[in-house]
Ligand binder design. Structure first.
Ligand SMILES: Cc1cc2nc3c(=O)[nH]c(=O)nc-3n(C[C@H](O)[C@H](O)[C@H](O)COP(=O)(O)O)c2cc1C
Length: 191
């Protein structure tokens, strides 16, 4: 399996790092692209360096390199995830504005009818954000806001990060056992 993983400058860059950690363990080939603001946000809110994150990926590409393999639909992938996805990158993808490798690869993913998961992070959401998300959802993207699943009773930010990363992997049809799945207490009572 081969996936494009992009990290942009929304808060929650650790979510992208956690995804890469799991994908590495699962032997998934990853093509990583970090935006300039992902690099800045990573250093502002985590202890990871850009090199730490790059080392988790199979291949890394500069966001400026529009000649990278993932810029072309002829390079086969199983999909792409932007995690987290800023409202700026979301807006550019919505418009088909491929001026960097993240928005170009996302455009390619949509045109080739491959899975595109956007872990869109902002709060509150303006009408512009919502309209962009609505448009992208109709165009085939999965809009996945990184929200807390309180029913999992998380004890830490790490727990929340694991749960969100695991549910994002579900959207990419990747088999994993990194999260506790919901079991109905009512069904269990009956058995
Ligand atoms: C610490 C920090 C947190 C940010 N959080 C968000 C956010 O949650 N959502 C968002 O859309 N932009 C956020 N931004 C602003 C984006 O970084 C900015 O819009 C940038 O142009 C995004 O560019 P990129 O999509 O190319 O990474 C944040 C910026 C900083 C410095």
């Amino acid at each position: 399996m081969r996936l494009v993983v992009a990290i942009t400058g929304a808060t929650g860059t650790v979510l992208g790092v956690r995804l890469l950690e799991v994908l590495r363990k699962l032997d998934v080939e990853t093509h990583l692209v970090l935006s300039d603001w992902a690099r800045a946000t990573l250093s502002l809110e985590t202890d990871y360096t850009v090199n730490d994150v790059r080392a988790l990926a199979t291949y890394t590409h500069s966001a400026k390199d529009l000649a990278a393999a993932i810029s072309s639909g002829s390079f086969l992938t199983d999909g792409m995830v932007v995690c987290p996805c800023s409202m700026k990158t979301l807006a550019a993808i919505r418009m088909g504005y491929g001026d960097n490798l993240i928005t170009r690869a996302a455009d390619v993913t949509l045109k080739e009818r491959r899975r595109l998961v956007l872990v869109a992070r902002e709060a509150p959401l303006s009408e512009i954000h919502l309209e962009n998300m609505h448009y992208l959802a109709r165009a085939g993207a999965v809009i996945f806001p990184p929200t807390i699943a309180y029913y999992t009773k998380p004890n830490s930010v790490d727990d929340v990060t694991d749960q969100i990363a695991g549910r994002v992997l579900d959207q990419l049809d990747i088999q994993h056992s990194t999260i506790d799945r919901w079991k109905s207490p009512l069904t269990e009572e009956k058995q």
